[in-house]
Design a protein around this ligand. Structure first.
Ligand code: C2E
Ligand code: MG
Ligand code: MG
Length: 610
């Protein structure tokens, strides 16, 4: 290094002071260093070449001297290690050889700067290591007139590869913490932050805020029948449509699964919230094209208003959740504003959940049986087992009310197992005592069928242990089950079939009613839902529907049971339409086993007697 390197000291000092400052502050000497730095600034010119050399050699930053034509003249060890060359090797190279081509335009700009101002940088680029790999650097430099009369470029180079990687990881982590990977919408975490900010802002400005909570209707069916890939695509498109319906200032977030939330801040009144909700509902009900599939979905939306309904983010979300629940119960594909009475419904539900736990533990349930009558002979050949829950304080609670809750909470598995055992024991007794071919139908909820928990013994093996043939039980499932395009359902239905347990399709006509599924799954019985039977008269649409169902079912080798027969006219019409079985209050309400036994015991058949 020649003596003119000392000219560099004014440029070099800021780097070294920076670096040393980091080190010193790390050991708690920032204050002392501050004083030193102050003094140092005045004494820069006094630094000797010797001191400069020490700095050059020990600097954690790469330092290099280039000729104006790009040749490398001097470099410290830090830079040599960074590049993988010895000084002798480096001397044979020029700047261009270490620099990837794509940086040329930027380098020309920097050179231009250097010419004009005698400085360049700082800027970021990459170098090519001796082994060929690239690494990121940040560099700047100065143009120095040396004592030999020549001009040289001194550059200071920091390897920032590690820093960049750390920054990229930090960004990724931030992204993942705050955004939903699938839809790129803000996630639950970010949503809560934004909601809290919006609440504060709204409070300050004396404006209003609405929170929309959206839950797609029957989204699970899309996932189950068309696969998760299609489900994911639908969610992405839903996200786009929602964003499109919202205003620029609104936050549309995905809270998870098929749940979305929208924060509508700075509102003058809630009409805007209502029209946005309406737009979202309408937009989502338009078909989605995913590959070759055309998919229809709908959404239920709950709306809460700040500060009317609640003042904290948690409360707002809770109220919106209750409003969605209400919208779902009202028939889905709609929005509902929260009102305090919904809280009562939610509280009642929560109480029922608790009470159901107790009911299971204390075995508060009992099973009633309703005869299923052969319409040709009038004989009772089967019965449906139906659960009853006499609540200790609320009285008898309808299964239509508590079964959905049991399904939501998974308690249906225990309840269903218990009902099955009761029914099987009853079948055993009645087969032995009254009718060797007697069958009992047991309702099986979709949640039970989808449950993969092998901890529960299969119905087939339980029957075997009780020395009961499979034919003594019929499993009643609902249509929606067959739409689930998953192998588990297929396997479970096959297991039933192999064990001789027959399959009955409950509430036919209320769901998707696809006859092709009936054929595919080998259904034995089809139960026409009572809503068709209720208003039956000879010339009604319902009559035409019942007749059509019966004809088609028979073509597929399926027997038909009509539910909810309450009058002899309904029975006669259905018998005339060739319906195989009937069930309803006309024959008997669901009754306790002792009562049911009396139906068997009557000498003249109870059914023909009606
Ligand atoms: P479901 O399986 O369709 O059962 C038939 C329902 O219709 C029963 O209501 C029965 O009492 C009622 N019903 C029968 N005949 C008539 C009639 O002539 N007129 C009228 N209006 N109704 C009639 P229930 O017992 O209240 O059960 C309601 C639903 O709860 C059942 O519908 C079934 O889906 C579910 N459920 C009942 N017990 C169980 C069970 O043990 N497990 C499961 N998973 N679900 C059950
Ligand atoms: Mg049923
Ligand atoms: Mg039914």
């Amino acid at each position: 290094m020649n003596s003119l390197s000392v000219h560099l000291i004014p440029y070099f000092i800021p780097y070294l002071t920076g670096l040393i400052s980091v080190a010193l502050s790390a050991i708690g000497m920032t204050l002392a260093w501050g004083i030193y730095k102050h003094k140092q600034a005045k004494h820069i010119p006094a630094l000797s070449e010797e001191k400069f050399r020490i700095m050059f050699e020990t600097s954690p930053m790469g330092i290099v001297k280039n000729a104006l034509d790009g040749r490398y003249l001097e470099a410290n060890d830090t830079l040599l290690t960074m590049l993988g060359y010895s000084l002798a090797e480096l001397n044979k190279l020029t700047y261009r050889q270490l620099s990837p081509q794509e940086y040329e335009p930027e380098e020309s700009r920097q050179l231009e700067n250097l010419r004009k101002t005698h400085r360049y940088g700082p800027f970021e680029k990459e170098y090519i290591h001796k082994d060929g790999h690239r690494f990121a650097v940040r560099l700047n430099g100065v143009l120095v007139n040396d004592s030999d009369g020549g001009q040289y470029i001194w550059s200071f180079i920091e390897n920032i590869t590690q820093k960049k990687a750390t920054k990229a990881i930090d960004e990724l982590i931030w992204q993942q913490t705050n955004f939903d990977l699938l839809t790129s919408l803000p996630n639950r975490h970010m949503f809560h932050d934004r909601l809290n900010q919006e609440i504060k802002k709204t409070h300050r400005n004396n404006r209003q805020l609405a929170l929309l909570f959206l839950n797609l209707d029957r989204f699970k069916q899309i996932n189950d029948s068309l696969g998760h890939g299609v489900g994911d695509e639908v969610l992405k498109k839903v996200a786009k449509r929602l964003n499109h319906c919202a205003r620029e200032v609104d936050t549309v977030a995905r809270l998870g699964g098929d749940e979305f939330a929208v924060i509508l801040g700075n509102l003058e009144d809630f009409n805007t919230a209502e029209s946005i909700a309406e737009r979202m509902r309408d937009d989502l009900s338009k078909p989605f094209r995913i590959g070759s599939e055309i998919i229809y979905i709908s959404v239920s939306i709950g709306i809460t208003c700040y500060p009317e309904n609640a003042t904290t983010s948690e409360e707002l979300l809770k109220c919106a959740d209750q409003a969605v629940y209400y919208a779902k119960n009202q028939g889905r594909n709609r929005y509902s504003f929260f009102n305090p009475s919904m809280q009562e419904v939610a509280q009642k539900k929560m109480k029922l959940v608790n009470d159901l736990h107790t009911a299971i533990a204390e075995q508060q349930f009992y099973v009633v049986y309703q005869p299923i009558v052969d319409l040709n002979t009038g004989l009772i050949g089967k019965a449906e087992a139906l659960i009853r829950w006499p609540h200790p304080t609320l009285g008898l609670i309808s299964p239509s009310e508590f079964i959905p809750i049991a399904e939501d909470t998974g308690m249906i598995i225990d309840i269903g197992t218990w009902v099955f055992r009761q029914a099987a024991q009853q079948a055993k007794l009645w087969r032995a005592r009254y009718n060797a071919d007697f069958q009992i139908s047991v309702n099986k909820s979709p949640v039970q069928l989808q449950n993969q928990d092998y901890h529960y013994e299969s119905w087939a093996s339980q029957l075997k242990k009780m020395a009961l043939p499979g034919q003594s039980i019929v499993v009643e499932i609902t249509e929606s089950m067959l739409l689930d395009n998953n192998n588990l359902i297929d396997t479970k239905l096959r297991e039933f079939r192999e064990a001789g347990i027959q399959i009955s399709l409950d509430d036919f006509g209320t769901g998707y009613s696809s006859l092709s599924y009936l054929k595919k799954f080998n259904i034995d019985y089809l139960k026409i839902d009572q809503s068709f039977v209720r208003n039956l008269d000879a010339h009604s649409d319902d009559m035409a529907l019942c007749e059509a169902i019966i004809v088609m079912a028979h073509k597929l080798g399926i027997k038909v049971i009509a539910e909810g027969i309450e009058t002899s006219e309904q029975r006669d019409l259905l018998t005339a339409a060739d319906c195989d079985y009937g069930q309803g209050y006309l024959f008997s309400k669901p009754v306790r086993p002792e009562e049911f036994a009396k139906l068997f015991a009557r000498d003249d058949n109870p059914v023909t007697a009606i």
